[in-house]
Design a protein around this ligand. Structure first.
Ligand code: ADP
Length: 220
């Protein structure tokens, strides 16, 4: 690692908290947070990229075609100066091969979580349509109001049980081989994500530090 530019990927089963951890890490290190899920939801909401077709993939929890995802990533890369934290990308071998041609990944952080625990988290996850904040309802059926802007928070369309099962199946079948590919190169550090958010974040930061990016990691 040169310390000039740092590229990290956070990969984990749905419900592992990769979005939260990737955002926190990017913020701490001053890196660009590239969440393909967010980029795709934004494109669908703004009516770009054949929005209806895109929404169909997203709501079903299906993988969006590589060519489309890669186009959004290439655009996002232009906005990165010091490097990126990739969140939810790459999740197919084809995407990993393309990313190899764009940047050198320094570290891949695998967030490990028990599937039942992850499923429970997704059932309680709520998103604010007003400000985008993510929260956890006390139970799968409970409602939640955003404590930041007062808007009713909603369940994500792809967090229903059928879509969650499909997303889990894709994770095992399509994304785990991506992790194995990076593990063969010695790039993967696995972290137990079934613990409180701050404990996981501390371990993630430590892992980046141990991997040699100490000049970029602020002292805690
Ligand atoms: P999660 O990983 O919990 O499913 P994300 O917000 O990362 O949540 O992704 C939501 C959806 O966006 C995915 O189910 C998929 O439809 C699409 N998506 C995100 N990233 C990718 C990707 N790298 N390749 C293909 N589809 C993606």
């Amino acid at each position: 690692m040169t310390g000039r530019s740092l590229n990290l990927a956070v990969i984990g089963r749905q419900g592992s908290g990769k979005g939260t951890q990737a955002a926190t890490l990017a913020d701490r290190l001053g890196l660009h947070h590239v969440s393909t899920g967010d980029l795709l939801r934004e494109a669908a909401a703004e009516g770009r990229e054949s929005a209806d077709v895109l929404r169909g993939y997203l709501d079903a929890g299906a993988l969006v075609p590589d060519v489309l995802v890669s186009r959004l990533v290439a655009q996002a890369l232009r906005a990165s100066e010091r490097g990126c934290v990739f969140d939810g990308y790459p999740r197919t071998l084809a995407q990993a091969e393309l990313l190899d041609r764009l940047v050198d990944l320094d570290l891949v952080i695998e967030l490990r979580i028990d599937p039942d625990e992850a499923q429970g988290r997704l059932a309680r996850r709520r998103t604010c349509a007003g400000c985008g904040q993510i929260g956890a309802a006390p139970s799968p059926t409970a409602t939640l109001v955003c404590d930041r802007c007062g808007t009713d928070m909603a369940r994500r369309d792809d967090d229903d049980l059928t879509a969650v099962r499909h997303r889990f199946e894709l994770y095992e079948r399509v994304t785990v081989p991506v992790l194995e590919r990076y593990a063969d190169r010695g790039l993967v550090v696995s972290i137990d994500a079934g613990r409180p958010r701050d404990a996981v974040a501390a371990d993630v930061l430590r892992a980046v530090h141990v991997a040699g990016a100490s000049d970029l990691v602020p002292a805690s």
